[in-house]
Design a binder for this molecule. Structure first.
Ligand code: UD1
Length: 447
């Protein structure tokens, strides 16, 4: 509905998913805009002196929060329809970013780059988000410092200021391939004086999407999608219109769900090239994946084969698909090995799968899955966003009923997850604590 920003947050903490398992998924699902692109592009709108129209914004709580943060900084945010917004940052002025909202999400770190670019200084909190072990932002800070900012982190707050009011270009080598540092430095460099070169940059599809967004508003960013990105700073960005790419991980989650339940699902509005790493692994399990121009058809195999997986930066297998694939491999005959190549602690969901009968041993960053024993419904928790999606897949494959708590994590990143799954035939409902039926959800209206 058109009109100014009105954010409604459900009190998800009181809700659970109840899933009756053993049903194959069949039908078609439409993929929404990419979360990890949207959560960068919304803060990047702060760099633009004019109106940005952004289409294909996913309706998830992470984007709601970032839009609220921007409006608290003085931006005018209007919904044209449910997935199209206009952001006008011409009247924003420097102030502290709203701490309570900032510390709830990981992507709030992009405010450091966009505020430094726009105002020459930034005051934010350290970011929140899913807990996969230590998630430092030292490379973001290294990049901003190289561009002439003085940055200090004290008591959970980040203070940054460009020495002469404007950042300058620099050559920055990232010690580790980092999505967040690459995008944050790219944003800050857009309005810096001179040329910035990011070496050992991340190459994820959302990096290219952010560069395309910035370029469509007048920036000069080259090489996004390779490991060297060159940004020639400009004095000003102008308004414009941009459409966000489809979500690689949302698409991959439905692909795995189709394969795990043994169903047949056409996953629509995708860029098949972005899904190649997931499609290739699914094919190894015996699943059929057919690619079309902007869709993939996934047909589950009668028997799933074991595979080994190592998560890596793009174009490797994404860490954000690891819990979903780990769940699928519980159903494959034989022993599968998953090596987590990005995070120290991304196997917390394994404890939840064990409650459902899974046989998995974890040693540091390696999980060994003895598959083929089947899963049984149980009360489990969504430990984080993708772990929560994995629990939903497990529940749909298990015999009996699964109840998932802490679903607010899942709602951070999946638009209309329950509605889309129901449409594919899943028996999933949202139940309020302690057992009120679907439809009685409590709504907290903030604006
Ligand atoms: C982003 C994604 C997240 C995904 C991850 C890896 C968003 C909002 N989140 O997270 O969904 O799982 O990419 O694809 O886009 N690191 C450092 N110092 C830094 C930055 C990162 O040591 O300054 C380390 C991290 O701890 C991690 C690795 O580098 O081990 C990669 O992290 P990074 O790519 O930065 O992940 P995020 O941007 O936080």
């Amino acid at each position: 509905m058109p009109g100014p920003l009105r954010v409604q947050w459900k009190v998800y903490v009181l809700e659970k998913y109840v899933i009756k398992g053993g049903i194959e998924l069949h039908g078609e699902v439409e993929i929404s805009g990419a979360k990890n692109a949207a959560v960068a592009i919304i803060p990047a709108a702060l760099l633009v002196d004019g109106v940005c129209r952004i289409e294909n914004i996913p309706q998830i709580s992470d984007t709601d929060m970032l839009l609220t943060i921007l409006s608290e900084l003085g931006a005018k945010v209007s919904f044209i329809n449910l997935s199209t917004i206009e952001i006008d940052c011409t009247k924003v002025h420097f102030q502290d970013a709203p701490y309570e909202l900032m510390r709830k999400i990981r992507a709030s770190y992009y405010l450091i780059g966009s505020m430094l670019g726009r105002f020459g200084s930034a005051r934010t909190t350290m970011p929140g988000g899913c807990n996969f072990g230590v998630r430092p932002i030292d490379m973001h800070i290294k990049g901003m410092t190289a561009m002439g900012a003085e940055v200090n982190v004290k008591n959970g707050f980040v203070n940054a200021a460009a020495a002469d009011g404007r950042l300058h270009g620099a050559r920055i080598y990232l010690d580790k391939v980092s999505v967040g540092a690459t995008m944050n430095i790219m944003m800050a460099a857009t309005l810096a004086q001179g040329r910035t070169i990011i070496e050992n940059a991340a190459r994820e599809p959302h990096i290219v999407d952010l560069a395309n967004f910035l370029n469509s508003m007048g920036a000069d960013v080259r090489g996004a999608g390779t490991d060297t990105i060159k940004i020639n700073g400009v004095d000003k960005l102008h308004g414009g219109s941009y459409t966000i790419i489809p979500d690689q991980i949302e698409a991959g989650t439905y692909m795995v769900a189709a394969a795990a339940t043994g169903g047949e699902v056409l996953v629509k509005n995708v860029i098949p090239k972005h899904l190649e790493c997931i499609s290739a692994k699914l094919r190894e399990t015996g699943t059929i994946v057919q690619e079309y121009e902007d869709a993939v058809l996934v047909k589950g195999a009668s028997t799933l084969r074991r595979v080994n997986i190592k998560t890596l930066p793009y174009p490797g297998f994404p860490t954000d698909m690891q819990p979903q694939m780990g769940t699928l491999l519980c159903l494959a005959s034989g022993t599968s090995v998953i090596t987590e190549g990005i995070y120290d602690n991304r196997f917390k969901y394994v404890n939840e799968l064990r409650k459902m009968g899974a046989e998995i041993q974890v040693d540091g960053r390696i999980a060994i899955i003895e598959g083929g024993t089947g899963l049984t419904g149980a009360p489990v928790q969504a430990c984080d966003l993708r772990a929560g999606a994995a629990m939903v897949i497990a529940g749909m494959c298990a015999s009996g009923t699964t109840v998932i708590e802490d679903i607010h994590y899942i709602e951070r990143g999946y638009e209309n997850f329950v509605g889309k799954l129901k449409n594919l035939g899943a028996d999933i409902t949202i139940v309020n604590f302690p057992d009120e039926p679907d439809g009685n959800d409590k709504i907290l209206t903030l604006f």
